[in-house]
Design a protein around this ligand. Structure first.
Ligand SMILES: [Zn+2]
Ligand SMILES: [Zn+2]
Length: 359
């Protein structure tokens, strides 16, 4: 981006969020730009072409705001995205805590194979304290997010076994990128990115009983989820091919395992926030509830995304999934997603019980 456009973006951001930190102190902005550069040839151009900022300002809260701006110096029009950092911190903390589940390594002597398994005694107090901090920060009304619990969390991360630490690092990358690219889809939908319409389109089930206005909003959300995942898959495959030297098939399976697990981690953590606020809500009730006008419930988003993932990974239709036509690649992807989902379920269940007994 030209420096005049950056300055125009900076002025616009400051006029919206006068109490926001200066850009040098926005660790999340730098982190997200790095992730875009790290994860391939589709994500990296966004780091150069978007004006990205993040803030804990309560005006933005847990949302993101996208749009385009005209630079008053050169007249160029550029896109911007302003990100409320509470949701990202929440996803980050919850999913690092999940990594502490994998804490047992059996190394059989004489060969290099090592097996990592999960702990029976998990989650423990030190993990649940972190979950509490994550919820407090997300729902809190302090305009500045402090370092509460961070030293302790860093200690727990530093004690992780290497393999789960690396895998969680990648999964959290994709969880964060999934949310970022969902928001970017609101500004530049995939259908408008190239000369020809491309990307995935998603339908709602019939007889949902919601207004057509709401149906359109829901379809947009589900479509942005699916296309965010699609872009990340394409981009990550390029990294596994070029940097890790994998065969095309292995690169595709590896990328899909990590991207799909990351996307589900993001939506699952969103679901935990939703359920803490509104309780468990079924789809029919959500179709007319005032809380779900702009977006469908997260568990429905997760199901819709798993259908889209299946088609993207296997090239087959949803009908084939219902006939349980599983390819080897899909089996690997689905197993990975499920094993991480179970750990998060266990953490959230543990937290529910702990919260009630702690008062
Ligand atoms: Zn300019
Ligand atoms: Zn959205």
């Amino acid at each position: 981006m030209k420096s005049c456009c950056v300055q125009a973006g900076e002025r616009f951001f400051a006029s919206n969020y006068p109490w926001a930190m200066p850009i040098e102190q926005e660790s999340l902005t730098a982190h997200l730009l790095n992730l875009c550069k790290k994860w391939g040839k589709i994500t990296s151009p966004f780091a150069e072409n978007f004006y990205v900022r993040s803030t804990s300002s309560l005006q933005l809260g847990v949302d993101a705001k996208t749009g385009s701006l005209k630079c008053d110096a050169c007249g160029d029009i550029f896109d911007f995205i302003f990100i409320g950092n509470r949701l990202f911190f929440f996803i980050w903390r919850i999913n690092w805590i999940c990594a502490t589940y994998w804490d047992t390594q059996d190394e059989s002597e004489g060969n290099q194979l090592s097996f990592v398994s999960g702990s029976f005694d998990w989650p423990r107090n030190e993990h649940l304290e972190q979950v509490r901090t994550a919820f407090d920060m997300y729902f809190g009304d302090d305009p500045f997010l402090g370092p509460e619990g961070l030293t302790e969390l860093n200690r727990q991360i530093s004690e992780l076994i290497l393999a789960p630490a690396i895998i969680h690092d990648y999964i959290i990358d994709f969880a964060e990128l999934f949310v970022l690219f969902h928001e970017i889809q609101h500004q530049i939908p995939m259908s408008q990115m190239g000369p020809k319409p491309s990307g995935v389109s998603v339908q709602l089930p019939n007889n949902l009983g919601c207004s057509s206005r709401r149906a359109n909003w829901w379809i947009a959300e589900l479509t942005h989820d699916a296309n965010s995942l699609y872009l990340l898959l394409l981009s990550a495959v390029s990294v596994f091919l070029d940097k890790f030297g994998m065969t095309p098939n292995d690169a595709k399976t590896q990328a899909a395992s990590l991207v799909c697990t990351g996307a589900d981690a993001a939506l699952h953590t969103l679901q935990s926030l939703e359920e803490l606020r509104y309780g468990k809500i079924d789809l029919e009730a959500a179709a007319t509830s005032s809380e779900f006008v702009r977006h469908p419930p997260s568990d429905f988003r997760r199901n819709a995304l798993s259908l889209a993932s299946y088609s993207l990974v296997t090239g087959k239709s949803t009908a084939s999934l219902l006939r349980r036509e599983f390819t080897d690649s899909w089996k690997t992807v689905a197993q990975n997603v499920a094993s991480h989902m179970q750990v998060r379920d266990r953490l959230f269940r543990g937290y529910d019980i702990w919260r009630q007994t702690e008062g």
